[in-house]
Design a protein. Structure first.
Ligand code: DQA
Length: 145
């Protein structure tokens, strides 16, 4: 199966950005761990990051017919983006929402996710392991389709 992993704004700064919340792991470290795990479960993976909401929308639109699942950490856009939500619905590609921190245990505005209602599910609060759990969830969702 082919999985598209999309990372939103400021996740390029992981490792240096608020390490008390997000840890010291960089986005490149997360990609390497995911590639290793994807190899073990026989999945192919495309891993991308953008600070631009429109770019993320375009990638989700283009995923239709090319990817079996999307893992999305929309970062700050999680809480604001109707456009990302609409793109997920339009693409029809099963999407798993992922967060390093537990968005339900932080500021009130982070408890609302525009993505959750159209996602297969949400993995939040396990640091970089959230991404590995999401990868396993993709494999499971794909197998039961
Ligand atoms: C985040 C949580 C968001 O609220 C925040 O804006 C981020 C990262 C996470 O992975 O924990 O940028 O998506």
């Amino acid at each position: 199966m082919k999985i598209l992993v999309l990372n939103g704004p400021n996740l390029n700064l992981l490792g240096q950005r608020e390490p008390e919340i997000y840890g010291r792991t960089t986005l490149a470290d997360i990609e390497a761990k995911m590639r290793h795990h994807a190899g073990q479960v026989g999945a192919e993976m495309d891993f991308r990051q953008s600070n631009d909401e429109g770019q993320l929308v375009s990638w989700i639109q283009e995923s239709r017919g090319h990817f079996d699942a999307i893992i999305l950490n929309a970062a700050g856009y999680t809480h604001t983006s109707v456009a990302l939500r609409d793109a997920i619905v339009a693409s029809g590609v099963p999407t798993i929402e992922v967060h390093l921190s537990n968005i339900h245990a932080r500021e009130g505005f982070r408890r609302k996710s525009m993505i959750a209602g159209v996602a297969k599910g949400q993995v939040t609060g396990f640091g970089d392991y959230s991404y590995i759990m999401a990868l396993d969830a993709c494999v499971n969702v794909n197998a039961s389709r």
